[in-house]
Design a protein around this ligand. Structure first.
Ligand SMILES: [Ca+2]
Ligand SMILES: [Ca+2]
Ligand SMILES: [Ca+2]
Ligand SMILES: [Ca+2]
Ligand SMILES: [Zn+2]
Length: 297
């Protein structure tokens, strides 16, 4: 049975509330589908070309790793219909009371035949996570929706890093600000939070994870002993991944010859540096890991 849009209450945490719009999908199963389109005008559904479907499925599967939600593909008008548009940017509907279907879209260039040509997790994938976040009931970190669901603490304008540097896309994909280290850049002498990095999140980030778990519950994952490896290669890393891991004695490991920082602190979800996580990365800043709130590595 398909889900329907419902009202969703705030959480008890101001940082998490900074992403909530008061709406979500009911139940534990949400359906997804792929809307027909033919941007390159060759008579073939663009979703039947290249690897656009597998790429979208990777974005969807990320949510199944940390929430209790299950997504089911259907030919019927699904709760969330993916669409490819021509051009840059993206747009998305959001669930509201009684909604049964929304469309969520990202613009691509007409001569990009398949996702892997230009878009992979951690490389220009940010917009897909962002729009899918809207489709699941998340708002921008800088939007002020009524009195209950305010902006993410410390943020005034869309491009602000925030007074406590929370507004990095490494902390929330619902930010309009580019990915940057919220904490001090460990590879420079000065205390300099706010350093831009050379990759994007390849997963939902720590504040998104907490907000989506508030709406949909959390799921047990990687409960044994696990090792999370990164290198200087953005494609191997798939950018910056935020770890959701519910048990075991776990390790973050760097493979390479650059200077690196391994940071085992989990996101605090407070209005402070580290509220949205701490990054393990190497000096080229081409990816690594953050740790979601409540996770011990
Ligand atoms: Ca086509
Ligand atoms: Ca520094
Ligand atoms: Ca653990
Ligand atoms: Ca584990
Ligand atoms: Zn948006």
């Amino acid at each position: 049975m398909s889900s329907v849009g419902i009202a969703a209450p705030p959480s008890g945490n101001a940082v998490v509330n900074g992403l909530l719009m008061g709406q979500a999908w009911s139940g534990s199963e949400v359906t997804i589908g792929f809307k027909f389109g033919d941007i390159n005008a060759n008579g073939i559904d663009d979703f039947d070309e290249g690897d656009w479907k597998p790429f979208h499925r990777e974005v969807v599967a990320n949510v199944e790793t940390f929430t209790a939600l299950t997504f089911r593909e259907t030919d019927e008008p699904a709760n969330i219909m993916f669409r490819l548009d021509l051009g840059g940017g993206g747009e998305s509907g959001t669930p509201s009371a009684g909604t049964t279907s929304v469309e969520t879209a990202v613009g691509i260039n007409v001569d990009v035949a398949g996702s892997a040509q230009a878009v992979r997790l951690g490389t220009f994938s940010l917009t897909w996570f962002h729009e899918f976040g809207h489709a699941l009931g998340l708002k921008h970190s800088h939007d002020q929706d009524g009195g209950t669901f305010g902006k993410l603490p410390g943020i005034q304008e869309p491009g602000d890093q925030g007074t406590t540097f929370l507004n990095s896309q490494l902390n929330t994909v619902m930010s309009y600000t580019w990915s940057f280290l919220a904490e001090d850049n460990p590879f420079t002498a000065a205390f300099d939070p706010g350093t831009s990095v050379n990759a994007q999140p390849g997963s939902f980030s720590a504040i998104d994870i907490a907000a989506l778990q508030h709406l949909y519950g959390a799921r047990a994952r990687n409960a044994g002993n696990d090792t999370y490896r990164f290198s200087d290669d953005v494609d191997v890393n798939r950018g910056y991944t935020t770890i959701w891991d519910t048990g075991g004695s776990d390790t973050i490991e760097y493979a390479g010859t650059s200077r690196a920082k391994i940071d085992l602190r989990a996101a605090t979800l407070e209005n402070e540096i580290g509220g949205g996580g701490w990054i393990s990365t190497s000096e080229p800043l081409r990816g690594g890991y953050a740790i979601a709130h409540g996770v011990t590595i």
